[in-house]
Design a protein around this ligand. Sequence first.
Ligand code: ZN
Ligand code: ZN
Length: 362
Amino acid sequence: MNQPAARRDPIEDLRRIAFLLERTLESSYRVRAFRTAAAALAALPREDVTLLASTGGLRTIKGIGDRTAAVVEQSVAGEEPEYLATLEASSGGPLSGGGEELRAALRGDLHLHSDWSDGGSPIEEMARTATELGHEYAALTDHSPRLTVANGLTPARLRRELDVVRAVNIAVAPFRLLTGIEVDVLSDGSLDQEPGLLEELDVVVASVHSELRMPADAMTRRMLAAVENRHTDVLGHCTGRYVVDREFLRGRSGQTRSGKARPESQFDAERVFAACAEHGVAVEVNSRPERLDPPLRLLRLAVESGCLFAIDTDAHAPGQLDWQPLGCARAVECGVPAERVVNTWPLDDLLAWTRDHAHRPS
Ligand SMILES: [Zn+2]
Ligand SMILES: [Zn+2]
């Protein structure tokens, strides 16, 4: 009866709960309790955690409350925590049908954020989760200075972030965390970071975040300038739209995001995609469920235009790194060939391409 239970790792159980909540687009705020508790326990010897769990002392630790203590107690007792079991049942399954083969071919993700800009988790946690999802590489692409609402990085902060990335890479090897940026495309089409720094980064995602309603001809000129900029590797979420994906959000409790719907920016997509094809810039398939950008008709146009693609999550929390199936299903629906998706390429080819956009895997 009283035989030792199969050992579970309470820290992994807390991380899994956070991951599943984030994957369903739960706000980082609601997930924080679980990530904070995991970090608090990680700082203690395992024996102390076991002892505290068996004596009811967990709640005396800063960062652990009633709900997280219950999870740890069940986990230490060798049981799957009830809260985790409920979440696995409601939201542990596949996010979308279709695109499984393409998802399996992906080796990395080229668009994600950490708590250095507006993400919810530290750089290393993002990298570790990307590793656990089977990735070989991922590019850290925090925001640029003018995007102050997203705590965009000044040149000085970006340089400091690069030091952190170097340290994280030692901890997560052989996984490779690439340096990068999601750089704002300013209204005149220039990029919001020092050219010298852009030159140094592995991956530059250029995105429009402001003045989304500018007239089509001005927006076209702005986007063309960004695509023609030799630092740009990926054109991020090209229309800037927000949709409400009812299918994805079904079953979620709490707030509705219907207030966030936003129409597409107007621009000459034929010209912009032709420029992407000419300059070897990848069109991003943004997998965020409230973006799903580009819309299918534009994704088909980009395929016809001969563009390269990057299927990215734009994750702002570790669990959101699991959103690629949403983008893959859409890419397959629109006939995107896997060999034109740059993040199916081996790391060496990917880096050769970011240095010289004419490079293709042999
Ligand atoms: Zn963006
Ligand atoms: Zn982003």
